[in-house]
Design a binder for this molecule. Structure first.
Ligand code: FAD
Ligand code: DLZ
Ligand code: SF4
Length: 513
């Protein structure tokens, strides 16, 4: 027999390493929709529909090239509902001389696939995922011997190695990073541009119906489904972004506006993570927009940094630190996630807006994830497990390799400083500066204490006081701790009590067990 080649739901790339030497006359590609993957967290309905639709479309394209695909649907009566189970079933139905796959993105499934490889009785070749710009080896070499891993320095290496935004080995424009020009609140009267979304095609319509039928209790709605499910659709969204939106990406990268889910963001994370777009290609094309004079440097550099820098960096951190990373809880956070993260029923206008777009679109942009829900979860002291579970469930682009370092690392400091040098804790003043949320909120963003005060304000100082022993020596927090020290013991105790009252008000109860 030929070779059995596994393609997972987020490996939908023509150049996938598992497919490079495929022989259409003898080999079979295995793709399987399984309950284990669809339910290891309660994924948003749009996320499951997106993955199933994109898998089905990819299989059709392989078949159009005369490649034999063993495609197992979610409602196939013989489905064993695990990836390893489907590999075993394929091997027992038909002899194969070997199994080939591309390493999987998550530790959990990678462990199951290694166990399969050890016990299957057939030679298994697990290949590197060369869709990433930085290999595991490269990241390990960069990180070894460093006491601190900082994205900025990693990013400069990646710029040098790829030649992106580089002239004669020097950064274009003379600086590596233009972030200082990308932190503006939205100018009054300016509205974000209309965006190209992708209404579901026939394959996606069917996948959505399957998900509504089989996963009716999962979070989220599917009415506004607009994600590309093929490489061609993803290309159209990217092209529209590069020509119409990228020039202003930098200016308001950190801005938020009520009822404006997209702002000037790329809307490409789902496509990158599925393999419908190639990360290096996206960076090169953004570089070309700058070189052609069609987009300014602050926008192009900021955008490229997210992909060539952050995206590769978090993937490197994840594989460097997993599985130990999954247990990290540096701040000993012990609360449950309040129910309004799921229901959206809260008087906090900022949180209500983020949960609404999350429910309707399986999307929120970066600063909403970081400074609204993430910041709130950290200030409340929510245990990292339910926080991870929420982020991994609700976003259509969420896979543990990218979700976890962002959540446990960047947003909540549960990793104790591997991802970033300090917690991004902020009071309501930050949200007020970067958005128009507070004007329509029932809470008073100027008030510091009492039932009508913005909960972020009520929680902020108490958070620092509660974590004094863990954070006091962090040099980047020296200023706020000095302020806190000057308050004196009585006022500090009152701030702790204020934060406790806010935690109670918001329903962040101590987790059972
Ligand atoms: P843009 O703002 O247009 O950015 C362009 C691209 O850069 C993105 O598509 C993405 O591929 C990459 N990127 C930007 N920031 C990051 C980052 N911090 N880490 C990795 N890649 C980045 N991104 C995911 O892809 N999956 C997740 O599960 C995920 N979870 C997150 C959880 C939290 C708490 C936070 C703070 C961020 C998370 N992010 C995640 C990163 C980021 O918010 C999303 O990539 C981004 O919002 C996707 O929208 P976009 O394509 O419009 O991004
Ligand atoms: C996320 C996901 C879902 C919901 N369903 C499937 C599936 O049915 N079949 C499959 O092969 N992959 C699925 N995936 C993606 C996998 O979970 C993903 O490959 C791993 O998490 C590694 O990133
Ligand atoms: Fe959010 Fe506080 Fe502003 Fe209300 S007042 S929108 S809770 S930051």
């Amino acid at each position: 027999g030929g070779v059995l080649r596994l393609v997972l739901g987020d490996q939908l790339s023509d150049g996938l390493s598992a497919l490079t030497d495929l022989d259409p006359a003898r080999d079979v590609v295995l793709m399987a929709e399984v309950r284990d993957e669809a339910t290891y967290v309660g994924h948003h309905k749009q996320k499951i529909a997106l993955i199933f639709a994109a898998m089905r479309a990819f299989a059709l394209r392989l078949e159009a090239r005369d490649i034999v695909v063993r495609y197992v649907r979610i409602d196939d009566p013989d489905n064993t509902h695990s990836i390893a189970g489907e590999l075993e079933r394929a091997l027992s139905d038909q002899p194969f001389e070997a199994v080939v796959m591309t390493e999987c993105g998550e530790w959990r499934l990678a462990e199951a696939l290694s166990a399969f490889a050890r016990s299957s009785g057939v030679p298994c070749d697990i290949r590197h995922d060369d869709r990433f710009i930085c290999s595991h080896d490269r990241f390990r070499r960069w990180s070894s011997g460093k006491s601190q891993l900082r994205m900025e320095f990693f990013y400069r290496e990646m710029r040098k190695e790829t030649g992106i935004l580089l002239d004669d080995g020097q950064p274009v424009g003379g600086k590596w990073n233009y972030d200082a020009e990308n932190r503006k609140g939205l100018t009054k009267g300016v509205r974000p541009p209309a965006r190209l979304r992708t209404p579901p095609d026939a394959v996606a319509v069917e996948a959505i119906a399957d998900v509504e039928r089989l996963f009716p209790d999962h979070f989220g709605t599917t009415d506004a489904f607009g994600w590309p499910t093929t490489a061609a659709q993803a290309e159209a969204v990217l092209a529209d972004f590069l020509s119409e939106v990228l020039p202003r990406f930098g200016d308001w990268q950190d801005a938020m506006a009520l009822g404006e889910p997209w702002m000037w963001h790329g809307l490409i994370s789902t496509s990158l993570n599925l393999g419908l777009l190639d990360a290096l290609d996206v960076c090169r094309r953004a570089d070309a927009e700058f070189r052609a004079g069609r987009a300014p440097l602050n926008a192009v550099e900021g955008f490229i940094r997210q992909i060539l820098g952050w995206r590769e960096f978090v993937r490197g951190i994840y594989w460097l630190k997993v599985p130990e990373y999954r247990q990290r809880n540096f701040l000993d956070a012990d609360r449950d996630l309040p129910w309004f993260f799921w229901s959206g029923e809260t008087d906090m206008a900022c949180v209500a807006d983020v949960v609404a777009t999350t429910r309707d679109n399986a999307y929120a942009h970066h600063i909403q994830r970081l400074m609204v829900t993430g910041n709130l979860a950290m200030l409340l002291g929510v245990h990292p497990d339910p926080v991870d579970d929420w982020y991994l469930s609700v976003y259509a682009d969420a896979y543990e390799w990218v979700e976890m370092p962002n959540t446990r690392g960047m947003a909540t400091f549960a990793d104790g400083g591997i991802m970033g040098s300090k917690p991004y804790a902020a009071s309501g003043a930050y949200i007020d500066r970067m958005s128009d949320y507070c004007g329509s909120c029932r809470y008073d963003v100027k008030a510091k204490t009492g039932d009508n005060a913005c909960p972020f304000n009520r929680l902020y100082w108490g958070f620092l006081e509660r974590n004094r022993a863990r954070l006091r020596d962090n040099v980047r927090l020296a200023m706020p701790y000095r302020t806190l020290d000057n308050f004196g013991p009585e006022r500090r105790a009152a701030l702790l009590a204020e934060a406790e009252a806010a935690r109670t008000l918001l329903g962040a109860v101590v987790r059972p067990g």
